[in-house]
Design a protein around this ligand. Structure first.
Ligand SMILES: NC(=O)c1ccc[n+]([C@@H]2O[C@H](COP(=O)([O-])OP(=O)(O)OC[C@H]3O[C@@H](n4cnc5c(N)ncnc54)[C@H](O)[C@@H]3O)[C@@H](O)[C@H]2O)c1
Length: 283
């Protein structure tokens, strides 16, 4: 899909109140796209809406929990009252969960699978059929992660959801190709957003000191959501199947293919380092 000029197009972004969702929604708007945006956080969503309207585009903004099929269906009703179908569907809303499998409760699993995987399923279920019916093509962007192809014991539940999002995206890509609808799983690395504050932490990582240390490492890395948004646009333009974003995401993408054992070793070392840092922080 050509993203050079998005006038008369509609881009839908979930989780548009903050971070990657907010930056991507505004990047679509800067290219002229009208927006359909949602978030569970009404205040931050309203701020994105105001900034988008300043760019002169029209906006449908709703408070929606993407984990709720009913709320996503109602959102689809509101969007499809304005346009026959969206042109870009970006399933972005997501949350983090640190801690081992042994430390993760069933409620935690339902929470993260509900948002990170069912949120994407709901987006596809409620918006893609209209895109197909309209017959004008388009693009689906599912926000996975570098943790969608590199596994380790720090984030097993999060990793599970992101592996699933890549599998779903690759499957859907084949199915939608005849309809000229591209599908991309974008896989950012370490991005400086609000995700750490909103994450649940379990086990050794479940201290404010460990959270603060993790937040510092994301801030030090300082790869901005605006850079992610530029890469999302490029991935749509090139119709990439899987798009790593940031140098570390690319490095692990290739390392995993060439040296999977080495990547497992690095993952183990990283876990040891993080666990030691968490212990130091809580002493
Ligand atoms: N920050 C990173 O390092 C990083 C790396 C790889 C992938 N990602 C992915 O990028 C996506 C965006 O995360 P971010 O880093 O911008 O984080 P963020 O916390 O800044 O933004 C996430 C947004 O999603 C919203 N949200 C959370 N739960 C929701 C729900 N149930 N329904 C609707 N909205 C909800 C939040 O209110 C927030 O506005 C997520 O899918 C995340 O997993 C982030």
């Amino acid at each position: 899909m050509d993203v050079a000029n998005l006038h008369d197009r509609t881009a839908l972004v979930t989780g548009a109140g903050s971070g990657i969702g907010r930056a991507s929604a505004l990047a679509f708007a800067r290219r002229g796209a009208n927006l359909a945006i949602c978030d569970v956080n009404e205040t931050s969503l309203a701020a994105t809406e105001t900034e988008a309207r300043r760019l002169g585009v029209s906006v449908v903004a709703r408070r929606v929990d993407v984990a709720s099929a009913a709320e996503m269906q109602a959102f689809a009703g509101a969007v499809h009252a304005e346009v026959e179908a969206v042109d870009v569907l970006m399933n972005n809303a997501g949350v983090g969960l640190g801690g081992g499998v042994l430390e993760t409760s069933l409620e935690d699993w339902h929470w993260i699978v509900g948002i990170n995987l069912f949120g994407v399923v709901h987006g596809i279920h409620h918006f893609v059929p209209a895109m197909v019916r309209r017959g004008r093509g388009g693009h689906v962007v599912n926000v996975a992660s570098m943790a969608g192809y590199v596994a380790g014991s720090l984030l097993p539940a999060y990793t599970t959801t992101k592996f699933a999002v890549i599998g779903l995206s690759e499957s859907l890509r084949e199915e939608l190709a005849p309809h000229r609808i591209g599908v991309t799983a974008v896989c950012p690395g370490i991005i400086n957003t609000g995700i750490i504050e909103a994450s649940r932490m379990r086990g050794a990582q479940a201290t404010e000191a460990a959270r603060a240390e993790m937040k510092r490492s994301f801030t030090r890395r300082n790869y901005t959501p605006e850079r992610v948004a530029e890469n999302v646009l490029r991935a749509i333009q090139r119709n990439r199947a899987v798009a790593p974003i940031s140098p570390e995401a690319w490095t692990f993408y290739y390392l995993k293919r060439l040296f999977p054992g080495f990547v497992r070793f690095l993952g183990g070392q990283l876990t040891k380092r993080q666990t030691a840092a968490a212990r130091r922080g809580s002493d």
